[in-house]
Write a protein that binds this ligand. Sequence first.
Ligand code: BES
Ligand code: MN
Ligand code: ZN
Length: 492
Amino acid sequence: MNITFSKLSLPKSGPVVFGIRGKSRLCPSVTALDKASGGSVRRAIDVSHFKGEKNQMLDIIAPHGLKNDMILFVGLGNQSLSETELQDLGGFIYASIDKLKQQRATIVVDFGSDPTQAAAHVAYGAKLRSYTFSKYKTNRKKDSSKVKKLIIAVNGEAKARSEFNKLGKLAEGVFLCRDLVTEPPNILYPATFAAEVRKLKRLGVKVDILGEAAMRRLGMGALLGVGQGSRKQSQLAVMQWNGGLASQKPVAFIGKGVTFDTGGISLKPGAGMADMKWDMGGAGAVAGLIKALAGRKAKVNAVGILGLVENMPDGDAQRPGDVVTTMSGQTVEILNTDAEGRLVLADALWYCQKKFKPCLMIDLATLTGAILVALAKEYGGLFSNNDELSNQLISAGKGSGEKVWRMPLSEIGGHYDKMIDSKIADMKNIGGRYAGSTTAAQFLQRFVNGVPWAHLDIAGMAWAEKTTATVPEGGTGYGVRLLDRFVQDNFE
Ligand code: BES
Ligand code: MN
Ligand code: ZN
């Protein structure tokens, strides 16, 4: 979909969208429109159920006295709209235009405390909602009826356009994540994921890919153990975006990239197993974030590390009962091969500190089903050894609309930590029946060495069954907007 910005004026033809703040308070352009229609617009509003409530819609076909095919009114409610509410509004408008089978429309933005800002966020919300994944549909006719062009009419269109261009880079990062998450697992496996990461070089990102031999030399026994049963070679993808001062220590993002999780020898039940193609949602979010940061030339030094593996059963697969040695030197007794994400992250987190000495680390992982039990699909689970970092993430969550909720974590040696002590090794990879998301986080904490760190368990957030304002059902891209906001607020 093509989005352009133009001067504020009443388009003489085609569908046009206006915002209305409450029924009686018409924005200046609607008043002008009403005049041009000889009062028929006002009358249509009056006789309808339309009250101007937030995101309420009213469409008038072929309005009397006007050449426009269709007028669409959208309610703005009575309060002023936040950035995320403006984005939602854009998403709703897009969906209405799409539903009315219009291929192009003009949205008049003469509302908001700063209409240029409002226009950019409305356009961004529409763009986020317009995402589709149709490359495997051989008959794309259905998609050819989608909205092709949006014109945003606003006073100060140049400013709105430049603001939108920045948000557009962020949308590209979100879309990369959605694409990766949606790709089927026979197409997206560690090597092909790494190839997608290499494409970020075009944006000035430094990319290094480590194969199994390199990881073996580094002693990454935990990550390699997970990939042991797969015909596909495991990979560690390392991205660096250096947009900050050379003296600035990097902020590091680490993603779980299990391109398919069968559970391994602790095989998962068949029902719903296909969902495990998106067990690389954390890695997808980190790749999307780095793309967004590089795309908008963010003034920050950021590192992205992806642990890319496929968890398969096989004659040579890792067994429950195996003991592996991690890159840190600590040993792990594998009691369930389906608790694989923490094993991948353990080596990735350790490598990250050794190699980059980051000022802080944030990992993202579709790590536990238990986080869905606790939080459903409302919040990502946040576990952290640092209150300041936690608060920064909670606030970035509110600002971006990708919310997180802090969950309990013990210190090393504390109650929850003891739950992963093993009888024959330093630790085991499962903690028992209770507090499953916390014991997974405790496991990770044994590989962070006290560096300020946060773990985001996004098992509930990476995939959506239901469409919302700015997120169509399917891969959500969760984490990209959250962490871009976190970087903007705290590093730029
Ligand atoms: N990838 C899964 C977690 C998951 C579940 C993600 C549902 C998305 C939706 C993870 O590797 C896993 O299998 N976790 C186990 C851990 C258990 C064996 C300790 C789980 O949550 O059941
Ligand atoms: Mn698993
Ligand atoms: Zn998994």
